[in-house]
Design a protein. Sequence first.
Length: 428
Amino acid sequence: MTTILNIGELVGIVPEGVLRKQGAEMSETGSIRDAWLRIADDGTILDFGSMNHYRPAADPADRLWPLRTGGAQGPQPDDNGAMVIDAEGGLLMPGFCDSHTHIVYAGSREGEFLDKIKGLSYEEIAARGGGILNSSDLLNATSEDELYSQSMERVEEMMAAGTTSLEIKSGYGLCPEGELKMLRVIKRIRESVPAVVRSTFLGAHAVGRGYTKEAYVQEMIDLMPKAAEYADFVDVFCDTGFFTPDDTARILEAGARYGLKPKIHANELGISGGVQVGVAHGALSVDHLEQTTDAEIEVLKGTETMPTMLPGSSFFLGLPYGRAGDFIKAGLGIALASDYNPGSSPMGDMRFVMALACIKMRLTPVQALNAVTLNGAFAMGISDTTGSVTRGKRADLLLTSPGWTLTRIPYAYRTPFIRSVFAGGRQV
Ligand code: NIG
Ligand code: FE
């Protein structure tokens, strides 16, 4: 058992059973000033409350993990021997839930960065055989162990930056062996980190070299039973120049036969029809949405699909930012994710995602918090077990240095602010 005392503000408190925030709820978060929080032996949140009502733990035997000393004081035993961390007035919030990443890749695309600076668009780079195909060549030439170690560096970086759950997509193999290699690496990551990892089969990320599109779509459909042994979800890049809504529907139907729920890439490069096909197939989320019209907002109303925006891609590619405010006004929730990948968002810092959402999309810090925590967890189908400060949920938490408020996190967006990150109750 571990108790965190003297928390300046505990935010992200959500009642049990609330799995996502929508519309006006996006602007609300439960909070307690001068709070404590206790983590149970099994890594879940046991209880929390105001310091005015704090009582030391009852069971002196309940000391748990050898916590690494984090702040000035480090963990100290309380009167009854339970481990106590003095937050010294720091803010405690849920860890970030990053529901859309492509962090399993080899090398980088620095060469294309120069093309981009010279003025080539994402589509122009892709049309020249660069882009995703470039990453695919590199990945297929890289050993599975090397791919794992390169990817793990990124996961470690994300956890240090406060991410406690993440989704990872395949999609740089672009042939059966390459896609399965990626899915095995994702599984190995899942088994080796304290963060929650969800796995998505994105075989239809681009047409693999040497295939016609028709043959490639069929190849991915044929791969579905094997992919489903590893993946939780199926995704398609349904966008201009990549896959059509018809291709997408065929792939999603194949995924559904093996229990894979869809998460869709839609409306990054054009109004693709991806939102509509995603919703029609019960997608958990439709992602990107840089170019949404009112029609897509209408289609999403009353569904179980989480619209997910990726402002890191808008920033890096110079695309429009998603219409987050219009979605919220229409009564919808939104999630925000990093899209960490080598081509359109080479960063996985969810605090910067929050900052972009506030600065560029005009979300309030509370709306941004809900979008990067509970709603991100919903977009991974795990908001019953993480994404908020709720008794019984995993203790996936981020403790700031003393003096930080929620608003200051996206405002002073480059000042170091993290003191400790807990994933499943363990300091990472
Ligand atoms: O989400 N849009 C498609 N996929 C990624 C980019 C992948 C890449 O360029 O390597 C994205 O932006
Ligand atoms: Fe993506």
